[in-house]
Design a protein around this ligand. Structure first.
Ligand code: ADP
Ligand code: ZN
Ligand code: ZN
Length: 702
């Protein structure tokens, strides 16, 4: 017997001979794990895709080493879902498997292989209605499900809940468009309780960064042990545990998880909630599969005949567009819970303040004044600066030389505390040079009194670290916390900062994007956006949409609980339309204007983008191959092809990059597009010089 095996390599499957397939008993091996040799001396664990008796022609078929399972560990629904991901996102099944299975099920981890027989799980009996699984409820009592799983809803919330339930009768997907702090989470809780009561499973997706102890504990209090949490920062063993449990006779009824939890096995999925659906981090960028977890979750729900609820205060255009076209249901929550006011957003023109030399570093007099007053009232402050490190880069005072990463096409970022320069793409780190290599002679040739080291450079641009330094002079009495990729490298550090801040161990929290995500602090009355322009000036057709989302989110952190919220937004383009739309919360106007442009220039959601990337060490060869590929693509797709271009960062990890853009009509068959792309890729890669070029796709890039 032969088995087609999916392996964690970029292929769909490879065929192996299965010796003694009837040991211990004849069985269908689809979905079981199997250990196979690969190449000269590698051993991999794969998943059997199918078994058959057709000996492959003209290739040597190696015998497999061992079949590990009696029962499949991947079910039919998962196979169908993997297949969809591979097809839609143009990647091999092997890549999908790599993303879908917990590490401990994959090769090299011999210990995990011995886990083939499941550990005894919680005792059998009471899955459906409360009962048995609740014994470990930390509160010691089973929550009553009769009146819903959460607190009583406000009339507005109740109305929204009724509308959602009505929408579920007619639509597979419903958008819940609710302002920040309107109680969306409270609505989810009521819905989850209802679905669990019907014996259905619920998947509750959150962006990586928003899945904090805050939300986990809130849900744990209500759903106790019926809830499993699935997190990419969990150890492989923990992830395997959740996976096994979901495949067992006693699965968790509710999974609270990040994007990869869409790959868990489900048994009776009834509802998928995607919170903060607009979040960019739902899209996996690297490595393949480059899937969008919101879109994939909608497909997953569809396969189960389940409902999807997308929640956000600032919908993505893709979703809002479909809601307006009535493909998705649409429910609004325009009031904050308990009629709390939305924060006032005050725009401060920094161009003016700069001209009058009134800026103190990154701080305008108005921001300082508002912060001062809040500190007097013992209220807390969040400052948002979209760039970490001390400065963007440093520059030679004499000749303007800027240190760049030797492996990537980017400037190095100054980190002052560690006196180092770091590449934010590959992590390359080096010390600040003693003198400018471009214009200063080496020390032996220096004349007497040669320039002292530090003063040879100026730092350009302002990062979070520099803000922190400026705060210590502006507000010497205030205590500060900083949250960015440097201070919150691990989940524990991240949780620590959040917990310290919510216990008011610091007055001011300064951070990057990280501080914008769904955090619920009681005592924050002021939010300062230090420089809104960095977000508006990005060369990306989505930059306004994103700026609107991010700035509304960060503003929403202010005044959540009985404190009046005040947002100070510093910008040099105070009178631009987009700034006005943000301050007035005029999503509709922003959407309308941007959509006109999107349609005109053939961008999503009117067209589907596919980026074709080529990577190689040799820039010239790459240019040649990329041009060749683009020419072939043009023969097939004509005007829909743009490029090849060098992306803004055109070399990473010593590999040069070219990008070809495809703008496809939404009506174009993705199957046909895939066939054409694959054929052209094969033509390119069949050339001997092109053997080592790396070609991959990004469908619906973000
Ligand atoms: P959102 O998810 O829309 O930002 P949340 O669900 O986090 O809003 O609610 C915002 C705040 O209001 C939270 O502190 C929450 O505890 C409180 N809240 C919302 N709805 C209710 C309710 N029905 N009963 C009690 N408190 C509520
Ligand atoms: Zn110089
Ligand atoms: Zn680098």
């Amino acid at each position: 017997m032969y088995a087609d095996v999916i392996l964690p390599i970029p292929f769909d499957s490879l065929t192996y001979l299965v010796p003694n397939p009837t040991q211990p008993a004849p069985r269908d091996l689809r979905g079981c794990r199997i250990i196979v040799p690969l190449g000269k001396n590698k051993i991999y664990t794969g998943i059997i895709l199918r078994t058959h008796e057709n000996a492959p022609q003209g290739v040597e078929v190696k015998p497999a080493i061992e079949v590990l399972d009696q029962q499949p560990v991947v079910n039919e629904q998962q196979f169908a879902f993997w297949q969809w991901i591979a097809h839609y996102y143009l990647c091999p099944l092997g890549d999908v498997m790599k993303a879908a299975l917990p590490g401990a099920m994959k090769p090299k981890d011999e210990a995990a292989l011995k886990l083939a027989s499941p550990r005894p799980l919680l005792r059998r009996g009471s899955t459906m209605r409360g009962g048995g699984l609740m014994t470990n409820n930390p509160n010691g009592h089973s929550p009553s499900f009769g009146g819903g799983g959460g607190r009583p809803l406000s009339p507005f919330q109740q109305k929204a809940l009724d509308e959602i339930e009505t929408s579920f009768l007619h639509k597979d997907v419903t958008l819940l468009h609710g302002v920040t702090s309107s109680g969306k989470t409270e609505l989810y809780i009521h819905l989850i309780a209802k679905f669990l009561e019907e014996g259905k499973q619920v998947l509750y997706l959150l962006p990586e960064i928003a899945l904090t102890t805050q939300i986990t504990e809130r849900l744990r209090r209500i759903f106790g042990d019926r809830m499993g949490v699935y997190h990419s920062k969990f150890s492989d063993a923990q992830r395997l545990e959740v996976y096994r449990r979901q495949a067992s006779a006693q699965p968790y009824q509710l999974i609270l998880g990040v994007r990869s939890s869409i790959f868990l096995p489900f048994q009776r999925l009834g509802l998928v909630i995607v919170d903060e659906e607009h979040e960019q981090s739902y899209k996996q960028q690297e490595p393949a599969p480059r899937y969008h977890a919101r879109n994939a979750a909608i497909m997953l729900a569809h396969m189960w005949g389940a409902k999807t609820l997308l929640g956000t205060a600032t919908p993505s255009f893709e979703v809002y567009h479909l809601a307006r076209k009535k493909r998705y249901g649409y429910v609004q929550l325009t009031q904050r819970y308990r009629d709390m006011q939305l924060p006032t957003i005050e725009v401060v023109d920094t161009k003016e303040a700069k001209r009058k030399r009134l800026m103190k570093g990154a701080f305008s007099p108005r921001l300082i004044e508002v912060m001062q007053a809040a500190l007097m009232r013992h209220e807390q402050i969040i400052l948002f600066q979209n760039r970490r490190g001390f400065s963007s880069f440093i520059e030679c005072k004499t000749c303007g030389w800027v240190p760049r990463c030797p492996h990537c096409d980017v400037t190095l970022t100054l980190h002052k505390k560690t006196a180092s320069l770091t590449c934010h793409y590959c992590g390359y780190t080096t010390r600040i040079p003693q003198r400018c290599p471009a214009c200063s002679p080496p020390p032996s040739q220096l004349a007497l009194g040669g320039s002292p080291a530090q003063s040879a450079f100026v730092s350009v641009g302002i990062g979070t670290e520099r803000i922190e330094e400026q705060l210590s002079t502006l507000f010497p009495q205030a205590t500060t916390l900083r949250m960015d990729l440097d201070t919150a490298t691990t989940r524990a550090q991240y949780e620590h900062i959040i917990s310290d801040f919510s216990q008011h161990k610091a007055d001011i929290l300064i951070g990057t994007q990280m501080v914008t995500k769904g955090l619920d602090f009681d005592r924050v009355s002021v939010v300062g956006v230090l420089d809104a322009d960095t977000m508006l000036n990005l060369p990306d057709f989505r930059s306004y949409e994103r700026a609107f989302q991010t700035l509304s989110q960060v503003a929403g952190r202010a005044g959540r609980n009985n404190t009046f919220g005040h947002v100070i937004l510093q910008t040099r383009s105070a009178d631009s339309d987009i700034i006005r739309q943000i301050t007035q919360g005029d999503y509709w106007q922003m959407f309308y204007e941007q959509m006109t442009e999107r349609q005109l220039f053939h961008y999503p959601p009117f067209y589907r983008l596919i980026y074709v990337y080529l990577r190689h060490r040799d820039d010239q060869l790459l240019e040649h191959l990329a041009t060749d590929m683009a020419t072939k693509l043009r023969t097939a797709f004509g005007e829909r092809v743009l490029g090849p271009d060098r992306p803004p960062v055109s070399r990473i990890h010593s590999l040069y990059i070219r990008k070809i853009m495809l703008k496809m009509e939404l009506t174009a068959s993705i199957d046909k597009v895939r066939q054409t792309l694959t054929a052209i890729q094969q033509q390119i890669q069949s050339m001997p010089i092109a053997k080592s070029v790396n070609i991959y796709y990004d469908v619906d890039p973000l």
